[in-house]
Design a protein around this ligand. Structure first.
Ligand code: 13P
Length: 247
């Protein structure tokens, strides 16, 4: 399993800043260790970003997709459109979509299914809020968020084609990353849950205040198969340092 380095740019950037960011990333060299690098730009910049990346083997992905195929759904982006623009991946159920936009577990599961139908690899984002953590609800939240996809018809098969990103909500954008040992334990729990439900070989990655300072220690843990980076991915030097922390 190649380590995954995903960059979620969220709703940030402009043509100019993306030109600078990508040219700065491409001007630096990486060793030949195999990595899966996936950039998630805002959807209006997907094609532009894909073109800037040229023929280096990095992927682009959508930050969101519609649960519908096409039609009168103003403002939505269809899975087929993401494919058309060259996306290989899509984020599903990011905490900002669950908690700011109000997406339910059921809607997230439908989106996950839609991504699979269109041969996009969905990254299912799961994780507890601070209140849920304080109330010792973490495992229940994880169970519920995973189960919504598992409960789809042929759910185990569908889930096994995706990636799980554990992103505790209290760690996102706060500068307070979860401790590597705690992440490893949580990922171990998720792995066991998946295996008990006949879901195998799914990478489990971590997101939440990943920086060049903590990426190395996180990625040393065998339970952590990659990172999903927000803020630090908007800074070429920081993202490059994160990419270089495996050797
Ligand atoms: P930060 O790295 O800014 O905490 O964001 C994490 C995230 O939400 C990635 O999807």
């Amino acid at each position: 399993m190649k380590p995954i380095f995903a960059a979620n740019w969220k709703m940030n950037g402009s043509l100019e800043s993306i030109n600078q960011l990508i040219s700065s990333l491409l001007s630096q060299s990486l060793n030949s260790i195999a990595r899966e690098v996936i950039i998630f730009p805002p959807s209006p910049y997907l094609l532009h970003t894909k073109k800037l990346l040229g023929n280096i083997n990095w992927y682009v992905g959508g930050q969101n997709l519609s649960n519908f195929d096409q039609g009168a759904y103003t403002g939505e982006v269809a899975a087929s459109m993401l494919r058309d623009l060259g996306c290989g991946y899509v984020l599903v159920g990011h905490s900002e979509r669950r908690h700011v936009i109000g997406e339910s577990c059921e809607l997230v599961a439908q989106k996950f299914h839609k991504a699979i139908q269109h041969k996009l690899i969905p990254i299912l984002c799961i994780g507890e809020t601070l209140d849920e953590r304080n109330a010792k609800e973490t495992y229940n939240v994880i169970d519920k968020q995973l189960r919504s996809v598992l409960d789809l018809p042929t759910g185990a098969e569908i889930l096994s084609k995706g990636i799980v990103a554990y992103e505790p909500v209290w760690a996102i954008g706060t500068g307070i990353a979860a401790k590597p040992n705690d992440v490893a334990n949580l990922h171990g729990y998720i792995r066991t849950w998946l295996l008990e439900n006949k879901v195998e070989d799914v990478p489990i990655i971590y997101g939440g205040s990943v920086t060049p300072d903590n990426a190395h220690e996180l990625l040393l843990k065998p339970e952590i198969n990659g990172v999903l980076v927000g803020g630090a991915s908007l800074d070429a030097n920081k993202f490059m340092e994160i990419l270089k922390c495996i050797n």
